[in-house]
Ligand binder design. Structure first.
Ligand code: PEP
Length: 255
C-alpha cells in the first residue's frame, strides 16, 4: 500500500548514548508538534548495535518503525562479522535498506548480490527499501533513465508480485548524496515518474501505484516540502539531516 515515508539513515554515526539521546529528542518533538500522529510513517535506521536500544525508545504501534541499513544474503552460518535478516527481524526491525550507493561503491555490492539480499530480507518478513540512482557521469551523458532501468531490472524485477508488494523504492542520485547538491523537484519528479512507469511494466499499474518511491540526496528541512509536493515523490530517505533532531522532525512535518 502506497504510504508517505520519511526514513532516517544514520549510517556509521553515533555512540550508544548519542543514539539514545537522538531518538528520544525526535520522538518527543514529533509527538509534541504533531499531537502524536505525523502524516507519515517514520523509519529510523541506526547502526546494528543500537537497533535494540533505539527500538526500545520508540513508541509501540504508532508511526515509528525500526529499520536496518543492510543485511547478509544468508539466514545464518559461518560468516564472521555479518548480520542476517532473521536476526534483524528478531530485534524488532521492520525495514532494511538495500542497494545503498555506499554499499554498491565501497563494498562492491552488485545487482546479483542485491537480488539475493532482497530474497533473504523478504523471507525473514522484512520490508526492503531498495535504492537506485545514477552517477554524475551517467546524468551528464544523458543516460540517467538507462542507468536506473538496468538497476531495477537486474536488482529488483526478479521478485514475484507478492514479494514486490513489500518493497519501497528510493531514488538517490549519487551526485546528490552527502554533497549538499539536491536534485531539483522537477528532476526528482521526472525520475520518480520514470521508475513508476517501469514498475507498471514489470508488474502492473496497480502495483506501481501502490509502491512508495522515496527521494534521497541532500534532502533537508528547507527543501523537503517542495520535493514531497511532487506527485510521484512519496517521502524521503534522509542521511545527514537525520542526525539532527530539529531538522529530521521538520522533514517529517513537511507533508
Ligand atoms: C543517503 O545516504 O541515503 C542520503 C540521502 O544522504 P544525505 O541525505 O546526507 O545526502
Amino acid at each position: 500500500m502506497r504510504k508517505n515515508i520519511v526514513a532516517g539513515n544514520w549510517k556509521m554515526n553515533t555512540t550508544l548514548a548519542e543514539a539514545q539521546a537522538l531518538i528520544s529528542e525526535i520522538v518527543h518533538m514529533v509527538q509534541d508538534e504533531t499531537t502524536g500522529s505525523p502524516a507519515v510513517e517514520v523509519v529510523v535506521c541506526p547502526p546494528f548495535p543500537f537497533l535494540l536500544p533505539v527500538g526500545k525508545l520508540m513508541p509501540e504501534g504508532g508511526s515509528f518503525h525500526l529499520g536496518a541499513q543492510n543485511c547478509h544474503q544468508k539466514a545464518s552460518g559461518a560468516f564472521t562479522g555479518e548480520v542476517s535478516a532473521p536476526m534483524l527481524q528478531s530485534v524488532g526491525c521492520e525495514y532494511v535498506i538495500l542497494g545503498h550507493s555506499e554499499r554498491r561503491q565501497y563494498f562492491r555490492e552488485d545487482d546479483e548480490l542485491l537480488s539475493q539480499k532482497l530474497k533473504a530480507a523478504l523471507e525473514a518478513g522484512l520490508k526492503p527499501i531498495f535504492c537506485v540512482g545514477e552517477t554524475l557521469e551517467a546524468r551528464e551523458a544523458g543516460d540517467t533513465f538507462k542507468y536506473i532501468e538496468k538497476q531495477l531490472k537486474d536488482g529488483l524485477f526478479h521478485l514475484s508480485n507478492e514479494e514486490f508488494d513489500q518493497v519501497t523504492v528510493a531514488y538517490e542520485p549519487i551526485w546528490a548524496i552527502g554533497t549538499g547538491k539536491t536534485a531539483t523537484s522537477q528532476q526528482a519528479q521526472e525520475v520518480h515518474a520514470f521508475i513508476r512507469e517501469q514498475l507498471a511494466r514489470a508488474y502492473d499499474a496497480k502495483a506501481a501505484l501502490n509502491t512508495s518511491i522515496l527521494y534521497g540526496g541532500s534532502c533537508n528541512a528547507q527543501n523537503a516540502r517542495e520535493l514531497f509536493s511532487q506527485p510521484d515523490v512519496d517521502g524521503g530517505l534522509i542521511g545527514g539531516a537525520a542526525l539532527k533532531s530539529r531538522d529530521f522532525t521538520d522533514i517529517i512535518k513537511s507533508f
